[in-house]
Write a protein that binds this ligand. Structure first.
Ligand code: ACO
Length: 709
């Protein structure tokens, strides 16, 4: 057992004994296939087929009852109809089973939520962990255990796949075998009643058999734990993720811009990047990456050279390099020195190195040997278009020999070759030998891009988490008052007070309840001023005509006061108007949006991007999960178009980047520590020249209703 009475995850991947509950002698049944796969796969532990009727299966005697088993059973595969599962789970508890692999369908995926919960809660209460239900099982190379009802033969290797989709997972077993990708593990998590990807990563991150992990994910259940685990795993081995579907937008439809913008897929995309996960666009791409990772060394640097016999394909590869952030080496003097001998005069020694249509295999060999020997070049992409000059019978040999030389010296090389039947056959045969040869240039370059991205991730040390110290108890008093009044948002003055307590500067302001008071306050603050309605019943003030800007004198303040009352009464005759806020008119600067929210999948997250009234149309925002480092915040800003603006364009002064970073840190810390806050949005956060700070012009704070802090 590991801590808190849960079994060590090792027993799931390396069980000493496996029971198959519902083992049937009928070859068409799922349970028969599971037993058959376990036996054919060479599992070294004990196998116990359980069937109350007794009899035999594949030469093994059926065990009528779990209680008859005297030796340890670390895993029970359950393959009986849903209504019988709970009883069987109770029997497993009685003999100390550690892991349940519940293949049976018919639980939460069809609305049978309670039964699934009852099984998981019973199991956890009795020291057992549940995988599934609704899964195809588990394959573990370390135990030579194929406890699935997928294909009988699984190629052993170094890629671990965790999949939420069963059918797709079974398909992947077949596909990996055809693609010559060996597996270290294949785990189906299905409904994730208990065990999630995070539990499995605990084992796979230190498993020496596993070199790459591929995740097929549809929905995230324990986002905060997954983030922590992924951040750790990606420092040890690459993690490739395919995320399909879009999770619920319900929680995101909060009545704030942040909520409306926070489409879950965008959030996931940014957060997995923050963890160092490589997100593939398709299963094919994920497979390509996984295979390449297991056959290629890490590059020593970023400089890549393309060697081609065709200009066109070289241009396509150059485009692909830009897309996948593969850096092309372009020191022309060095390039001339390296390739001057091997490239004909009518070719090109600029990257892409063009050997011309006249190239033979020896020309490729000469250039590739020169590139291999030079330490300024860190990886090579070889391109080939079929020509009558190049004897296609030499193609296979040229690629194989160069691949071997490069693999031996630890320098990545990939090929993309294009042509007729002989070329296609060459791809098929070379791929069986794990040579990195692709029919499409983009496939080749995307593999190198993934390798470079992983390398960059490993070379960038993780930043220390940053958190602001905030007066949370004082902030909670403000939240308590709003909750007591049944409100799910803070009034403007309350939000302003929260910002002040967090040290986020806001414009000077006060609330006027009469025209005279408005004029007095405006004169105290100094013209120009802005005025905004204060009403619990009006959330979107501009839409209600409740905002007046740039008021320069007493007369304009008087007119605006009357106009705001008139407009808001028309907009919502029942709205109770508590007054009008008179505030300093903020000087112009760069408008950004910053915010923080509690995401349904990932917990506290922060957001930043282009601010102002077009924020929802521009959708120029980026996200990070809390906790984060200062460098995470900077990389988030860099992903948006505000970054060049903050650097200063067209001779403008550099803007106060630190002010933006500090504000984001404060908002993230606030949402992390005040669990009742669901959303904070500052829009715009006006950013002034470097050293002159920022100003939060408008802050909106939404709170969850009933929770206690
Ligand atoms: N203990 C042991 N054996 C039992 C018990 C028990 N308590 N109760 C019944 N059995 C026996 C049965 O008698 C039967 O054996 P028999 O053939 O000798 O009579 C055997 O267990 C199996 O029970 P059946 O009632 O025949 O169930 P069947 O095999 O038809 O179906 C199954 C069971 C496969 C679990 C089914 O209910 C199911 O859920 N199928 C879907 C599985 C699935 O798709 N999972 C998701 C995978 S991922 C994807 O989408 C591909």
């Amino acid at each position: 057992m590991s801590s808190n009475n849960t079994p060590d995850i090792r027993y799931l991947f390396e069980p000493r004994g496996v029971a198959v509950i519902g083992a049937s002698a009928s070859p068409e049944k799922i349970s028969y296939k599971v037993v058959n796969n376990i036996l054919s796969g060479g599992y070294r532990g004990k196998v116990y087929p359980i069937n109350p009727k007794g009899g035999e299966i594949l030469g093994l005697s059926m065990v009528r009852n779990m209680m008859e088993i005297q030796e340890p059973v670390d895993m029970a595969c359950i393959t009986i109809p849903a209504k019988l599962v709970l009883e069987a789970v109770k029997e497993c508890a009685a003999i100390g089973v550690k892991f349940l692999s519940i293949i049976t369908s018919g639980f939460s995926e069809i609305g049978n939520v309670e039964e699934e919960k009852a099984i998981a809660s019973f199991a956890l209460g009795h020291g057992m962990r549940v995988m599934g239900p609704n899964i195809f099982g588990i394959y573990s190379a370390n135990a030579s255990l194929n406890a699935t009802f997928g294909p009988k033969s699984i190629q052993r290797g170094h890629v671990a796949i965790i999949t939420q989709s069963g059918a797709l997972g079974i398909g992947m077993i077949g596909k990996t075998s055809v693609a010559n990708i060996g597996l270290s593990a294949m785990v189906s998590v299905g409904n994730k009643a208990d065990i999630t990807e995070s539990d499995l990563l605990d084992y796979l991150m230190d498993d020496t058999q596993t070199e790459v992990i591929m995740l097929y994910v549809e929905g995230i259940r324990d986002g905060e734990r997954l983030i922590a685990n992924l951040s750790q795993v990606t420092r040890k081995k690459p993690v490739v993720m395919i995320k399909a579907g879009r999770s619920k937008r319900g929680a995101l439809a909060a009545a704030s811009h942040t909520g409306a913008l926070a489409g879950s897929d965008e959030i996931l995309n940014d957060i997995v990047k923050q963890c160092g996960v490589l997100r593939a666009e398709s299963i094919q791409e994920a497979f390509n990456w996984c295979k390449f990772f297991t056959t290629s060394s890490s590059p020593k640097g970023e400089n890549t050279v393309i060697i081609t016999n065709g200009g066109g394909i070289g241009v396509i590869a150059t485009d692909a390099c830009e897309k996948y952030q593969v850096q092309l080496y372009d020191d022309s003097a060095v390039m001339k020195k390296i390739f001057g001998q091997s490239v004909p005069e009518f070719g090109s020694v600029k990257n892409p190195i063009d050997l011309s249509g006249q190239a033979h295999s020896q020309d490729y060999n000469a250039s590739m040997t020169a590139a291999l020997a030079n330490e300024n070049i860190h990886s090579v992409i070889g391109l080939y278009c079929e020509t009558a000059v190049f004897d296609v019978n030499n193609l296979d040999k040229m690629i194989r020999e160069n691949t071997l030389l490069y693999q031996k010296s630890g320098k990545p090389i990939l090929f993309s070759i294009f042509g007729g039947e002989a070329t296609e056959n060459c791809i098929l045969s070379l791929r069986q030998e794990n040579a990195p040869v692709f029919p499409d240039v983009y496939e080749a370059v995307s593999c190198l891009g993934a390798l470079m991205a992983q390398n960059r991730h490993l070379k960038t040390p993780p930043g220390a988490p940053v958190e602001a110290v905030l007066p949370i108890s004082e902030i909670n008093v403000i939240l308590d008052k709003a909750s007591a009044e049944g409100r799910h948002f803070l009034l403007a003055d309350e939000a302003k007070r929260v910002m002040e307590l967090c040290g986020v500067p806001m414009p000077k302001s006060s609330i006027a309840r009469s025209i005279d008071e408005a004029v007095r306050e405006a004169e105290k603050i100094g013209y120009p001023v802005v005025m905004k309605v204060v009403s619990k019943d009006i959330l979107h003030k501009s839409d209600a005509g409740g905002v007046a800007l740039d008021l320069d004198n007493r007369e304009e303040v008087v007119d605006a006061y009357e106009a705001i009352h008139h407009n808001c009464r028309e907009h919502n005759p029942r709205a109770i108007i508590e007054g009008v806020e008179v505030a300093e008119m903020v000087k112009k600067g760069t408008e950004t949006i910053v915010g923080a929210r509690r995401d349904a999948s990932f917990g506290p997250i922060v957001i930043c991007g282009m601010g102002g009234i077009y924020v929802e149309i521009l959708k120029d925002v980026s996200f990070r999960a809390v906790p984060f480092s200062r460098q995470d915040v900077l990389s988030m800003i860099k992903e948006t178009r505000i970054y060049p603006l903050l650097l200063g364009v067209r001779g403008e002064a550099k803007k106060d980047m630190d002010g933006v970073i500090e504000t984001i840190i404060k908002l993230g810390s606030l949402v992390k520590n005040c669990t009742r806050i669901s959303d904070i949005e500052v829009n715009p956060l006006v950013v002034y020249d470097q050293g002159s700070g920022v100003k939060a012009v408008d802050a909106r704070v939404l709170i969850k209703g009933s929770e206690k802090h």
